[in-house]
Write a protein that binds this ligand. Structure first.
Ligand code: ANZ
Length: 954
C-alpha cells in the first residue's frame, strides 16, 4: 500500500467531516485508485489480461452514452447518468462481478469545426483541450472507470477501425436468401461462374470495369448513389432523414432543407429492416424507445399492382389492394422517371380545364409543376392540411380489375422515396385522395360499405370513409368478386388474383430509408475511398489505414443563402489538392487517383465504440475475438449478447441506437463479433432541470444571484419571474459539479444526484437541498469517528436484536435497490439506518460500522474508503463483498392474534405488530376457521384490539 493511505491530516476544524475534509479525502483516494489501478477490469487475454480469478467471475459490461467534449464543460445535469452507472458498477463489483466500466469521448462534430472557423484554432487542438478539461471534471466525481480503456473517436488509432468497418460494409452485400451480409467477392464469384444472374442479363466477363463497378454498387451495403438527398444550403451540407425535423428543416440551426440530386454515400440499412425490427423483441429496452424504432422502421404490408399504360406498366404500392375497384385515377411522384416516357404532345380530347393547371401542353404543365415541387420538403408535401395540388400528365392507364381507363396525374403528395413512387388513388377510402378528387373533379367510387350511417352515394359524402372493419361492395369484375368479403379476406383474394395473372404480388414496404452517410464537412473521418481516372471507386487496403485528416487552410464548408435550393456543396477537404490527388499502387501498379473529399457523419464513431473499450490497444484487429466473446457474447436468457447496461438520454432513440444496431449486425454477419446486438439493456435517465429567472423585460438573469424572500424572487432588488427549464448557458442557470464539489465534496454531490428521484424521471436541481446529503455524511462520519480526537469509536461485541434488524433490513433493501437502479430508495434506506444508529447514541459495534461503510461504498466511495481504512483495513473497500442480509432479521417480527367468537378462541393469526385495526378485522372475519365457527350467523359487532385480540359478537 502506498503512503497516501494514512489517515487524513487534521483539518482546521478538528476531526469533523467538512468540505475541507472531504476535499482532502477525495483527492487522496483518487490518487491512490489511479496509482493502484483499482478500477482496471482484466481481460481474459491480450495486453489488458489480468487476474484469472477475476476473469472467471460473471462479467458486467456497463456503459454510458459517451460525451461530446464541448467547450462549456460539464454542468451538474451531465453526470447524472455517469454517477448512476458508477454506483451500479460498484455494487456489481462488490457482488462478485468482473465489471468493465469506462468512458471515452465522441469528439468529431460540428461545434469544434465552427469554433475553428471562427478562431482559426485547429479542431483537434480545441477538442483535445476540451477533453482534458472534462477529464479533470469527471475525475473529481470519483468515477470508477478503467482509464486504460478510454479513447476519443478522433484518435487516428481509433478511426483507423471506423474506416476499416466502413470498408467491411462497402465490401459486403446483403444476401436476401441467406438473410445476412456476405463479402462482395462471393457475389463476384457467383456472377463469374453463372450461379447468379448479372442484373441486365449480360455476362460478367463481357462487362467493362466501370460497368462491373456499377453493378456491384447496386449490391454493396455502402454505396454511392446519385439520388435526391436532403441538401441544407444554410449549413453547406447534406443531412440524414433523421436529422431533418418534422417541419422539413435542419435539426441543427433550423435552416430549410431541400431535395437535391447529389452523388452521396449511403448505407443500405434498409436491407436489415426486418432484422432490426424482429430483434427488438429480445432487447431489454424501454418500450417507448422500441416503439419509436418500430415506427421509424415502419413496416407496411400490402401489394404491388401493375397498371398498364401502353407498353409500360406503372407499378403502385398499396396497403389496400382490396379497394382496387375503387381506384379511379393514379398519381405519380413529380420526379417519377416514367413521366417523361409517356407525356403526349398535346392534351387529349375532353381534358378537364382544372387538370391542365392552365398550361398549353402536358410537357409545360409537368415541367412547371416539377419545379414547384422541388422547392418543398417531403414533410411540407405531405402535410395533412395542405391543399392538394397536381397536374394531369395527359395519359390514361388501365385499372386491371375494372378495365376502366384512369387518368394519370403527378402530385406532390406522392413521394418518390416511398413504395414505388406511384399510387392508385381510391378517393372514397383515402383522405388525401378524397380531397384531391374533389379539387380535380374526379370520380369517387365507394367499394367499402360505410358502417357509419352514410350511404354509398359518394356525391353526398363530406370525407372519405376509412375503415378496416367493413365489407366490400361494388367490387365484381371478370373472374373475381370481392363483394361481401371483409377487408382482410378481400386483400388476400385480390392479391392472389393479381399474382395469378402476373400483374401484382403481396409485398412488405418499409418507411426506413437508406442512411445518407456523407457530409460536406472537415471534422469527421475521411472515407478510405479513391477514384480512378474513369471515376470508378476503389477502396484503400487496410495497410493504408488510418487515412488521416489533412491540414486545410479553411475548415468551413461553403454555405449558401439558406433558401438557395440550386446551390451545390463544396467540401473543405477538396481544397487540399496535394492530399486529394495521389499516386497509389492498389495492386496493379502505380496510378493516379482522386480521394473522396466528403467525410463521415458524426454518428460513425459511436456506431461501434463499445467494441473498442474491450481491446483498446489492439493494433492488428478491431477487437480480439476471445475478448469480444467474453464481454459481449450471447449468454443464457439473452440470445444476442451485448452490453449489460447502457445508460443515456432518450433523444437517441432512432439515430445512434439504430445505426449502432445496424453496424453490429453487419459485423456479426461477417463473423467479426459474436453478438448481433450492441446493447442488451438500455436505460434512459431523466433530465436535470433547473429554475430560471426572467426580469421585467423577459431577459434571463443569473439564477445563482436570485434571492428568495417573502414568497417572491428578487434579482438586484427587482422582482423576477421563476420558470422551469433545461439547465444551460442560455438560461443562465447552469451549476457546475466543480462548485458543488468545492462547497460540499463529490460524495455529497453523488448522493444528492442519486437521491433526487427515480433515475428515469426528470428532476429540478435545487442547490439549497444539497446540504441534506452533506448532513447524512456528517452523521455517518460521527457514528464512526470521534470528532474531538479523530479516533474510531467502534467497540467489539454483538449488536442487539433491534440494531441487527435495522441493519439487515437496510442491507436487503438497499442492495436490491442498487441492483435495480433505484438509487433514491437505496439512499432512503441507508439514511433510515444511519439515523437509527445515531439516535441510539451508543458507539457502534465494529460489525455494524463495517457493514454500514460497505453499504455506502457504491454511493459515496471516498468517505467509505477513508472510513474503511480508519477501521483498520489495508485493502480497498472497492473490492470488498457487498454485505449479505440475514433473512432471519429481514422478515418482520410477528405477534399472535387470538380471534374469539362468542368468547371462545377459534383462530390464532400471525400478524405484523404494526397491523391496522381494519386490516386485522378483515383478516379475522375471512379466516377459514372463523368462517366455519360463524356458520353463516350474522355478525353483530367486532371488537378489535390490534395486534393481539379480535372478538366477534354474533
Ligand atoms: C390505395 C389506398 C386505398 C391506399 C386506401 C390507402 C387507403 P403506409 O401505411 O404509410 O405504408 N402511398 C403509397 N406510396 C406512396 C407514396 N410514394 N407517397 C404517398 N403515398 C403513398 O401507406 C401506404 C399507402 O399510402 C398506400 O396505400 C398508398 O395509398 C399510399 F383506401 O393505396 B394506398
Amino acid at each position: 500500500m502506498s503512503e497516501t493511505n494514512t489517515p487524513a491530516p487534521e483539518a482546521a476544524e478538528g476531526h469533523r467531516y467538512t468540505a475541507a475534509m472531504a476535499a482532502d479525502i477525495e483527492a487522496r483516494w483518487q490518487d491512490v485508485w489511479d496509482a493502484e489501478g483499482t478500477y482496471e477490469a482484466p481481460n481474459p487475454t491480450g495486453d489488458l489480461a489480468g487476474d484469472p480469478a477475476v476473469v472467471a467471475r460473471p462479467k458486467k459490461f456497463i456503459m454510458d452514452m459517451f460525451p461530446y467534449p464541448s467547450g462549456a464543460g460539464l454542468h451538474v445535469g451531465h453526470p447524472l447518468g455517469y454517477i448512476a452507472t458508477d454506483v451500479f458498477a460498484r455494487h456489481q463489483r462488490m457482488s462478485g462481478h468482473n465489471v468493465l466500466h469506462t468512458l471515452g469521448f465522441d469528439a468529431f462534430g460540428l461545434p469544434a469545426e465552427q469554433y475553428a472557423v471562427q478562431t482559426g484554432t485547429h479542431p483537434r487542438v480545441s477538442t483535445e483541450a476540451n477533453i482534458e478539461n472534462m477529464k479533470v471534471q469527471l475525475r473529481r466525481l470519483g468515477l470508477g472507470h478503467d482509464k486504460r480503456r478510454s479513447f476519443a473517436t478522433i484518435d487516428p488509432e481509433y478511426y483507423k477501425w471506423t474506416q476499416w468497418i466502413f470498408l467491411q460494409i462497402y465490401n459486403s452485400w446483403y444476401d436476401a436468401d441467406a438473410k445476412k451480409a456476405r463479402p462482395v467477392s462471393e457475389l463476384v464469384a457467383a456472377f463469374e461462374n453463372g450461379t447468379r444472374e448479372v442484373p441486365g442479363g449480360r455476362a460478367w466477363a463481357g462487362l467493362t470495369a466501370a460497368e462491373r463497378a456499377d453493378v456491384l454498387n447496386g449490391f454493396r451495403l455502402a454505396y454511392a448513389s446519385d439520388a435526391p438527398v436532403n441538401w441544407c444550403p444554410g449549413l453547406g451540407t447534406v443531412l440524414a432523414n433523421e436529422e431533418v425535423t418534422a417541419d422539413g428543416r435542419s435539426e441543427r440551426g433550423n435552416f430549410p432543407v431541400f431535395k437535391s440530386r447529389l452523388s452521396q454515400w449511403n448505407m443500405r440499412i434498409t436491407a436489415y429492416a426486418d432484422r432490426l425490427l424482429d430483434d427488438l423483441d429480445a432487447l431489454d429496452w424501454p418500450e417507448a424507445i422500441k416503439l419509436q424504432q418500430r415506427n421509424w422502421i415502419g413496416r407496411s404490408e400490402g401489394a404491388r399492382v401493375d397498371f398498364a399504360l401502353g407498353d409500360e406498366a406503372i407499378t403502385v404500392f398499396t396497403t389496400r389492394p382490396d379497394t382496387l375497384f375503387g381506384a379511379t385515377y393514379m398519381v405519380l411522384a413529380p420526379e417519377h422517371p416514367l413521366v417523361e416516357k409517356f407525356i403526349p404532345a398535346a392534351w387529349p380530347e375532353g381534358t378537364h380545364d382544372v387538370w391542365t393547371g392552365g398550361y398549353a401542353t402536358p410537357a409545360e404543365a409537368v415541367a412547371a409543376y416539377r419545379k414547384q415541387a422541388a422547392s418543398k420538403s417531403d414533410v411540407e408535401r405531405q402535410a395533412e392540411a395542405k391543399d392538394k395540388t397536381g397536374v394531369f400528365t395527359g395519359e390514361y392507364a388501365v385499372n386491371p380489375v375494372s378495365g376502366d381507363k384512369v387518368p394519370v396525374f403527378i402530385a406532390d403528395y406522392v413521394l418518390m422515396g416511398y413504395g414505388t413512387g406511384a399510387i392508385m388513388a381510391v378517393p372514397a377510402h383515402d383522405t388525401r385522395d378524397f380531397e384531391f378528387a374533389r379539387a380535380f373533379e374526379l370520380p369517387i367510387r365507394c367499394v367499402v360499405e360505410p358502417t357509419d350511417g352514410r350511404g354509398t352515394d359518394t356525391a353526398e359524402w363530406e370525407d372519405a370513409f376509412v375503415s378496416y372493419d367493413a365489407k366490400l361492395v361494388n367490387s365484381a369484375g371478370e373472374g373475381i368478386s370481392l363483394d361481401g368479403l371483409g377487408v382482410v379476406e378481400a386483400k388476400a383474394a385480390i392479391t392472389d388474383w393479381l399474382a395469378g395473372r402476373g400483374i401484382g404480388e403481396g409485398t412488405v414496404n418499409f418507411r426506413l430509408r437508406d442512411w445518407l452517410f456523407s457530409r460536406q464537412r472537415y471534422w469527421g473521418e475521411p472515407f478510405p475511398i479513391v477514384y480512378d481516372e474513369d471515376g470508378v471507386a476503389h477502396s484503400l487496403p487496410e495497410s493504408m489505414l488510418p487515412l488521416e485528416l489533412p491540414e486545410v487552410e479553411d475548415y468551413s464548408p461553403r454555405t449558401f443563402e439558406p433558401d438557395d435550393a440550386t446551390s451545390k456543396p463544396e467540401t473543405p477537404l477538396s481544397r487540399n489538392e496535394a492530399w486529394v490527388n495521389v499516386e497509389l499502387d492498389l495492386g496493379d501498379g502505380v496510378k493516379s487517383y482522386r480521394r473522396e473529399t466528403n467525410t463521415m457523419p458524426n454518428w460513425a464513431g459511436s456506431c461501434w465504440y463499445e467494441l473498442r473499450y474491450l481491446d483498446p490497444n489492439n493494433a492488428s484487429a478491431l477487437v480480439d475475438p476471445e475478448i469480444e466473446q467474453y464481454w459481449m457474447g450471447p449468454r443464457e436468457g439473452a440470445p444476442h449478447g451485448g452490453v449489460d447496461l447502457y445508460v443515456g438520454g432518450a433523444e437517441h432513440a432512432v439515430l445512434h441506437l439504430l445505426y449502432a444496431r445496424f453496424w453490429s449486425k453487419v459485423l456479426f454477419d461477417l463473423g467479426h463479433v459474436s453478438s448481433a446486438e450492441p446493447f442488451h439493456k438500455l436505460f434512459n435517465q431523466g433530465m436535470i432541470q433547473a429554475y430560471a429567472y426572467t426580469d421585467a423585460r423577459g431577459v434571463y438573469v443569473p439564477a445563482a444571484e436570485v434571492e428568495e424572500r417573502d414568497g417572491g424572487y428578487f434579482y438586484q432588488g427587482e422582482p423576477v419571474k421563476r420558470e422551469h427549464g433545461k439547465m444551460g448557458k442560455s438560461l443562465k442557470n447552469a451549476v457546475t459539479p466543480d462548485e458543488i464539489c468545492e462547497e460540499y465534496g463529490a460524495d455529497t454531490l453523488r448522493l444528492y444526484e442519486m437521491a433526487m428521484g427515480p433515475l428515469d424521471v426528470s428532476r429540478p436541481w435545487d442547490t439549497r437541498a444539497v446540504v441534506g446529503q452533506y448532513r447524512l455524511l456528517q452523521r455517518l462520519w460521527r457514528n464512526i469517528v470521534d470528532e474531538e480526537t479523530g479516533q474510531v469509536t467502534v467497540v467489539d461485541g454483538e449488536p442487539d436484536e433491534a440494531t441487527l434488524r435495522a441493519l439487515h433490513k437496510a442491507i436487503d433493501g438497499a442492495g436490491s435497490d442498487m441492483a435495480g437502479l433505484r438509487f433514491n430508495t437505496a439512499i432512503a434506506k441507508i439514511t433510515e439506518l444511519n439515523n437509527a444508529l445515531t439516535k441510539a447514541g451508543r458507539p457502534l459495534e465494529r460489525s455494524v460500522a463495517e457493514r454500514l461503510v460497505l453499504l455506502v461504498a457504491p454511493l459515496a466511495p471516498h468517505i467509505a474508503e477513508e472510513l474503511w481504512h480508519r477501521l483498520g483495513h489495508t485493502d480497498s473497500v472497492v473490492h470488498q463483498d457487498f454485505p449479505v442480509a440475514d433473512p432471519a432479521y429481514v422478515v418482520d417480527e410477528t405477534v399472535t392474534c387470538v380471534v374469539q367468537v362468542k368468547g371462545k378462541v377459534k383462530a390464532r393469526l400471525e400478524v405484523a405488530p404494526s397491523i391496522s385495526e381494519a386490516d386485522l378485522e378483515q383478516l379475522a372475519v375471512t379466516d377459514a376457521g372463523v368462517v366455519a365457527a360463524l356458520g353463516g350467523a350474522e355478525i353483530r359487532k367486532v371488537i378489535v384490539r390490534a395486534p393481539k385480540l379480535v372478538n366477534i359478537v354474533i
